[in-house]
Design a protein around this ligand. Sequence first.
Ligand code: IVH
Length: 676
Amino acid sequence: MSKKEIKNFYKNKIKLISELNNSYYNNSNPKVSDQEYDNLKTEIINLEKKYDFLKSINSPSKTVGSKPSKNFKKDLHRAPMLSLANAFTEDDLINFEKKILNFLSKDKDYKISYSAEPKIDGISASLTYKNGKFERGLSRGDGREGEDITLNLATIKDIPKKILDKDFPKDIDIRGEVFIQNSNFEDLNEKFANPRNAASGSLRQKNPEETKKIPLKFIAYTFGYEKGLVANNQFDFLKKLSEWGFKTNPLNKLITGIKSLMENYNEIEKKRANLDFDIDGIVYKVNDFAMQRRLGNVANAPRWAIAHKFSSNKAVSKILDIEIQIGRTGALTPVAKIKPINIGGVIVSNATLHNEDEINRKDIRIGDTAVIERAGDVIPHILSVDKQKRSKNSKKFIFPKNCPSCGSETIKEFNKVTKKVDAVRRCSSEGYYCDKISIEKLKHFVSKEAFNIDGFGKKIVENFWKLNLIKYPQDIFNLDFSKIENLDGWGKLSVQNLKYSINQKKNISLEKFIFSLGIRHIGLENAKLLSKHFVSFSKFKNLSKQIDYEDMLNIDGIGETQVSSIKSFFSNETNKKVLNELKKVLVIKDAAHNLDDGLLNNKTFLVTGKLNGISRAEVKSLIEEHSGKTISSVSKKLNFLIIGEKPTKKKVDYAKELKIKVINQAEFLKMLNKTS
Ligand code: IVH
């Protein structure tokens, strides 16, 4: 090799290790095994030893400490760590408040106070204190289970180790954000692309001495599990936090009204560039705890909070190519490969083009100079292209009419609800016919929110697929580990770990199982509804009769779209075979009959007319909390018709005819031992 070739060879290796670091630190998504990573590191260091002209700031020889280990002990959060829904515009905020007022059945002039807290862009952590002593600290992980990083967190000065105040709860999880100040980050001069990566990377060092070298800060903002907390609202709680010795955000404010939220937002956005820590928005929380409790959660985010994101960062770069990616549900998504560019501290080389219509509308072509926008953690996208800079020979981009993976025809569906043709073009194949769709289905199957198989990342799915080790979900549970042991980058230990992770996940709830199948339109929330409806795997699997499908429409939240998607899933023989094969290797737990005392166990309800001081949505969640069900029409299946003001006469008459109990709001609340 010539000197130039060696330099290039080396540069490629550095590029690869930087990408691996980025996906590891930034996205917590290790793309290769530890061994593969270590081999690459050794290779780079050896090259540097052999050729003294090779140098790079991104070389592993220049970085502090070692690659953080993946092998932290995992532990369950005592209360899940939720995420937040996003708002971008004033309208989003108006909508957010409207939904809250509706849910609580308050009139539209009702004033809600919010705790407005600048959202620090760091890494969240949950700290358990028992009798005032800091005992354990977990990372967020998947929200349900985190990594035990107690020793690393203990190196952070802002985290009190002992709290003696009398009013500090006996047992509580204090939650907040670990981050690094920008000024400290600049002094660090290390391998990290931005302060957030630095915080994430140093928190996950195996050796706490390495963590200690990085000046990490901690700001507290909420709690998880608690026993003995005396506070009625978030703002008082924040005050208490600082009395107990925690740092809280000095820019937190108590605000009423959307107009004032917007003023505060604009003010803070102006200050943003001069702050010594990165913020990417403002979190608004309904201040009153009693209201928060009534509002509860949807899927994995509270109804009572939202993150108001700041506008994005933009940059100009060139579109090198347009690729078509095929998603799990067959959607063909065009992606622009752009000349890599730094946008707000992150190197961007891909930008989504959304769909065919978007390309046509903006007339986006290969070779164009484009404005690319990156907002928070969403995928960067193309805002516009500069037509003046376009070369004369540039041609319009032609969207493929056949699936680039399996050749099937692609279609744009007609949406019955919006009465419009879908903007998204899809591969029309079903089941596991299309390779790309199958791979995406498998990635979904093992992903965090589905089977959550540790160490079974996207790259491994792709690799095993190529090697014919997995083609269908059941293959994951019938892997030939002796073959894997001989693969590049694998060894006895890593295979043992993989085997262990897979075996651990053979027990699964019906809800997670249904979600894992990746049926279109069946996300977490719908999977939960279906699992409650079917209760057992066998009932779900034997779904076939028209009547079963019609019955599903009675589930509040499930509509025609979902039912027809489930129908088409079950009309495919491969899907049925997958279900049968999975049943052989898994233990699928029946849906638990609802928690608590089940006061309304097996009872069905329907509301007609306007209720007083309580919304339909809240009634529904109360019913479900007590193991009851709501259905959408009067039928023999109905046990109670709850009537409010101006009920629908037809419903009441029909209910009486069927001898269904008709009750009023007070009688309903009495059933729950509630009075108002
Ligand atoms: S409250 C129950 N408060 O934002 C709501 N989160 O997307 C969730 N964050 O993982 C937590 N500042 O890392 C809350 N003042 C604040 C926050 C905050 C930053 C982060 C946190 C969380 C993410 C939610």
